[in-house]
Design a protein around this ligand. Structure first.
Ligand code: DAH
Length: 315
């Protein structure tokens, strides 16, 4: 019997044999029924035999179950030496990356983010910015006009007006967004991006403006010491107006942004009393700043969606 049990390899066969021994008509069941006719020694012997047989069945059952489990695992075995399927990982676009860097620097100085529509009305894009109809400064920007008189926003300065109209003063905001002009070459794209800063409160001066520009540029480019050159300029919405150049590698001066003290007319247009509140604004090309930081030379590459370029540029 012992040999027979050990030679069984399936649970079904084992169960059949078990039934033939311990079942209702099983051989052991029959012998146990006759126990009362046996003497003490024979009884003890039968009990031992009974217990050891049961034990043997139990052991064999768990052996078979184990073998079945192992066979199953063998079939599912993973070959960890196999080469993985190549994975195409996405990355953030360089403009998106630079935006989060620009935002985190400006936010750390207390500027709050605003946005506005890309299709603007004349008031927000020009008139409220002290550039009424027929003002010669309208020629500074090659505007896309829509049939109903609206324009594709030429400058994020429009967002300053919306922010002041919405929340009044004092205000410390920055605006970001796409801007549109009829121009196209290696450094100009008909759609590009600008960032605008505005800070209005009592007693704000030009030195506050220059301090914030300096802190912003050194934060964004990660440079401890930056050299700035401030040149007088003209924008209809600021007075005085300046342009800011920054000394770049090789001692080259690069024009970085326009800025100035908000023109009293702009404040009045937004319901602010210029005798009580003063402030500054600055505006710059977000694409241009990203090109400088990442050492790129063609703005059009930002919009070509060429993954090979993005990869080779290290993004
Ligand atoms: N809007 C100007 C442009 O598109 C840039 C600019 C200049 C923005 C001076 C300003 C500013 O806020 O104060 O060229």
């Amino acid at each position: 019997m012992h040999e027979q049990i050990k030679n069984i390899n399936t649970l079904e066969e084992l169960q059949a044999l078990y039934a033939s021994v311990f079942g209702k008509n099983g051989t052991m069941t029959a012998r146990l029924k006759q126990m009362k006719n046996l003497d003490n020694d024979a009884r003890a012997e039968l009990n031992r035999e009974n217990a050891s047989l049961r034990e043997l069945f139990k052991t064999r059952q768990s052996e078979i179950e184990n073998a079945v489990l192992m066979a199953g695992l063998q079939k599912q075995k993973l070959d960890v030496s196999l080469n993985p399927i190549p994975e195409n990982r996405g990355t953030l676009h360089p403009l998106t990356q630079s935006l989060s860097e620009i935002s985190s620097v400006l936010e750390s100085f207390g500027y709050t983010l605003y946005t506005g529509p890309e299709i603007e009305d004349d008031w927000h894009n020009f008139t409220a910015l002290n550039t009424p109809m027929h003002h010669p400064a309208r020629d500074m920007q090659d505007t896309f006009f829509l049939p109903n008189g609206n324009v594709m926003r030429t400058q994020t300065s429009a967002i300053q007006i919306r922010a002041m109209e919405k929340n009044g003063v004092p205000i410390k905001m920055f605006g970001i967004g796409s801007t549109y002009r009829k121009e196209m070459d290696a450094t100009h794209s008909p759609m590009f991006h600008q960032i605008e800063g505005l800070y209005i409160d009592r007693g704000i001066t030009m030195s506050d403006l220059i301090a914030d520009i300096r802190a912003f540029l050194s934060g964004f480019f990660g440079l401890e010491n930056i050299e700035l050159r401030i040149r007088p300029s003209y924008f209809p919405f600021t007075d005085p107006s300046i342009e800011v150049d920054m000394k770049w590698q090789g001692g080259k001066w690069l024009e970085i942004m326009g800025a100035g003290m908000i023109h009293p007319n702009v404040l009045r247009n937004c319901g602010v009393n210029p005798d009580e509140y003063q402030g500054f604004a600055f505006g710059f090309g977000w694409d241009r700043l990203a090109m400088l930081k990442y050492n790129l030379n063609d703005i059009r590459q930002f919009y070509d969606n060429d993954v090979r370029w993005l990869k080779s540029a290290g993004f």
